[in-house]
Write a protein that binds this ligand. Structure first.
Ligand SMILES: [Zn+2]
Length: 258
């Protein structure tokens, strides 16, 4: 890490006893801030993955369900049509039977009654034949949609597999980077004076890994509570580790770019 000999002296502000050590401590905290912020961003990305995976699986499920539904509808329509066709056959048989009985009938009223039966059976058959035609049209239209849905489902599965592989690769890279960041963090934490270390660890645990913040427009960079002028001056002097009274985070004035 780049070191300034003693930043406070350069700015013409009196250097207190141990000022340089404090400056180093603040630099370490500042370095920890960068590592922790990066880790928090990666962590947030990793935490989004289950939802992204679920979205992916949901899309595949929806496309598959649409395809299964259409297939089931086609099968059901075919099954009902076959049943109607059987009914048509039996009505045709009935009509033939009535027709064959006609020549043997002597009485007029019986003849008329049988003709009526024949007409009724014929009408029923005709209605059922219309139903069969409608069913065939429905089957044809469904069969026309089938390749489209099959294609969409296959595409969704391919996309899903590809996305899941991409998420897995991204996750493994992110986890590797997190491990490296945690290792880098460990070195800085160990080098902190015990009191600062325990303050840092305490806030790190309670503030989702964001224990150190910079001063942003005169306010704490974590909770954006305005810092009292006195605290701001102290922060700028970089001669002690300050805490925000609002969120408890360690507030550090950003070191000058080297
Ligand atoms: Zn704060």
């Amino acid at each position: 890490m780049p070191r300034k000999a003693c930043g406070d002296a350069l700015r013409g502000i009196p250097v207190f006893f141990g000022g340089c050590a404090v400056s180093e401590e603040l630099d370490r905290l500042w370095a920890l801030r960068a590592l922790d912020e990066e880790a928090a961003a990666i962590d947030a990305r990793v935490r989004q993955l289950p939802a992204l995976r679920a979205q992916c699986e949901e899309r595949v499920r929806i496309e598959r369900a649409a395809l299964d539904q259409l297939r089931a509808r086609i099968a059901q329509t075919q099954k009902s049509r076959r049943a109607i066709e059987k009914d048509i056959e039996s009505l045709a048989g009935e009509e033939r039977k009535f027709q064959s009985q006609l020549p043997a009938i002597k009485k007029n009223e019986e003849y008329t009654a049988l003709l009526h039966e024949i007409a009724t059976v014929r009408q029923k058959r005709s209605d059922l034949e219309t139903e069969v035609l409608m069913s065939m049209e429905a089957e044809e239209s469904a069969a026309h949609d089938l390749p489209k849905l099959e294609k969409a489902a296959a595409q969704a599965e391919r996309d899903g597999t590809e996305r899941l592989a991409r998420y897995a690769a991204a996750e493994s890279a992110d986890r590797e980077q997190l491990t490296a960041l945690h290792a880098g963090r460990g070195g800085h934490v160990e080098a902190l004076p015990p009191a600062t270390r325990s303050r840092y660890e305490r806030v790190y645990g309670s503030r989702e890994g964001r224990a150190v913040v910079g001063v942003v427009k005169g306010a704490c960079g974590g909770c954006f509570r305005a810092l009292p002028p006195q605290t701001l001056q102290e922060a700028r002097r970089r001669d002690r580790v300050l805490s925000c009274e609002g969120c408890g985070r360690l507030v550090v004035w950003a070191p000058d770019p080297v």
